[in-house]
Design a protein around this ligand. Structure first.
Ligand SMILES: *Cc1c(COP(=O)(O)O)cnc(C)c1O
Length: 454
């Protein structure tokens, strides 16, 4: 029989709704708290910063299904459905009885899953009469996705890019500029927060915390401008469920259902996206599927962090979020999977982790690149260093299946390609990269300072 490699949905079968797992969760996530009053936040409290619709979605615990606006659905057609691919090449070289599938989000025009939420967030800002949006970007993937989305919906975008990345990742910067975004190296002289830091430390290379402060200040001072985030928040996880909803139908076309679902983990958006639609069958029907988040050993919030209220940013400007965290002052080592260098996990995934619906593994940097290269040599696609963590976890699952002699269906999310990250592969191939495992003392030191609210 002819064997099928890739599974696609017709345009008309692209899902029309996102899945809000909170409506199905037996234990809801604890509320976000106002940093000063420690009172639970309401959606209205977020209106000055985020679009009103994103703010409402953030707090929505009631509606299981949320309509994808037609305008966003129309834009999804530029790259969706994304292919579900059976990794025959990888299976063969691993000599495993496991069936390995991956959902290929790298085919989006920006090269990652982040566009799924960028399009939704930009659209809501446009619909609410705004003219400008802003954000910060570290490694550059979120800024890139938002630049595309701002162009599509006719918004002006200012991206505060951490200065060291601005200088070291010129191609991400020029991608954003190609789509018409204004990219500002942070700290900059254009905001009070930036001016203050530059006055005190003229050679400061920037941090995500400073870039966030600059973007939020812009959103609060420029009329018609709001702020957006590419991960961690509940509404971002919601938008990403398009990944798993498509995958669910594509797996059906393949005649299979996953035993293990795997995603790499930064703040949790692509992991949530691939997992939640399958997890709903676990919650509703008691189906047995394992959900595995793959995080870097240098930034192990799920495997070794604490569950606590903590700030979402280094500077402590955001609401307090109930999450697995390494402490907001934690400065992750400079591994090449920039998108995974975040101290905390989103509140939904954190609650699911606490309640035993999912598990986490940590992956060493060299193991992630080894898996990335193996994947490139067997399936042809050079994965993003972030996605390579999911591949490493999938390889481990496939080897375990071989050891145990049991067939098993593995599904992982290929969150992005690595074609703009070749300097990282360069260093790996020339033997220039190291492993970094976070010492216990450092975790202890960072979480000790957290306020004990739980
Ligand atoms: C941003 C990014 C990630 C990590 O973010 P999540 O919110 O955890 O998904 C992973 N992969 C790629 C390609 C990214 O751009």
């Amino acid at each position: 029989m002819e064997r099928q490699k890739r599974f696609f949905l017709e345009e008309r079968d692209i899902p029309r709704q996102w899945y809000n797992i909170v409506a199905d969760m037996p234990v809801k996530p604890m509320p976000m708290l106002h940093p000063a009053t420690k009172q639970p936040l309401r959606a209205e409290d977020l209106f000055p910063i985020f679009s009103e619709e994103a703010s409402r979605q953030e707090m929505n615990t009631a509606d299981r299904w949320i309509d994808i606006p037609d305008e966003v659905h129309e834009q999804y057609k530029a790259y969706r459905s994304t292919p579900l691919v059976r990794a025959y090449g990888l299976e063969k070289v691993l000599d495993t009885p496991a069936h390995i599938y991956f959902k290929n989000e790298s085919v989006s025009p920006v090269g990652s899953h982040k566009l799924n939420s960028a399009l939704a967030q930009a659209y809501y800002c446009k619909r609410e009469g705004l003219t400008n949006i802003t954000t910060e970007t570290g490694a550059g993937q979120w800024g890139t996705a938002l630049a595309y989305a701002a162009r599509v919906f006719g918004l002006e975008l200012a991206v505060y890019m951490v200065k060291v990345s601005y200088e070291q990742k010129p191609y991400r910067r020029s991608l954003m500029q190609t789509w018409g975004a204004q990219v500002v190296a942070s700290p900059s002289m254009s905001t009070k927060a930036g001016r203050k830091i530059l006055t005190d430390h003229p050679t400061y290379q920037g941090s995500l915390g400073t870039a966030i402060s600059e973007a939020i200040e812009l959103a609060q001072t420029v009329p018609g401008c709001k702020y957006t985030l590419g991960s961690v928040m509940n509404h971002v996880a919601l938008h990403q469920t398009i990944i798993g909803l498509e995958a669910e139908r594509q797996m059906e076309m393949a005649g299979e259902y996953p035993d293990v679902v795997i995603g790499c983990f930064g703040g949790g958006s692509n992991f949530s996206g691939i997992s939640f639609p399958f997890m709903r069958h676990t919650i509703q029907e008691g189906r047995k599927t394992r959900f595995v988040a793959a995080e870097p050993a240098s930034c192990p919030k799920l495997t070794r962090g604490v569950f606590q209220y903590d700030f979402g940013d280094e500077a402590g400007y955001t609401p307090l979020l109930p999450m697995f965290t390494l402490g907001h002052n934690f400065a992750p080592a400079h591994i090449h999977a920039g998108g995974l260098r975040y101290h905390g996990a989103g509140t939904i995934v954190s609650q699911l982790m606490k309640d035993g619906y999912m598990e986490a593994v940590d992956i060493l940097q060299l193991d992630s690149f080894k898996a990335g290269v193996l994947f490139a040599r067997t399936e042809g696609i050079v994965p993003a260093p972030e996605s390579a963590h999911a591949i490493a976890a999938a390889v481990n699952e496939a080897l375990k299946a071989k050891e145990e002699g049991t067939p098993k269906v593995i599904l992982f999310n290929l969150s992005g390609h690595g074609l703009i990250d070749m300097s990282a592969y360069d260093r790996y191939l020339s033997g220039d990269l190291q492993n970094y495992q976070l010492p216990d003392e450092e975790i202890k030191r960072n979480v000790e300072g957290l306020e004990r609210i739980i």
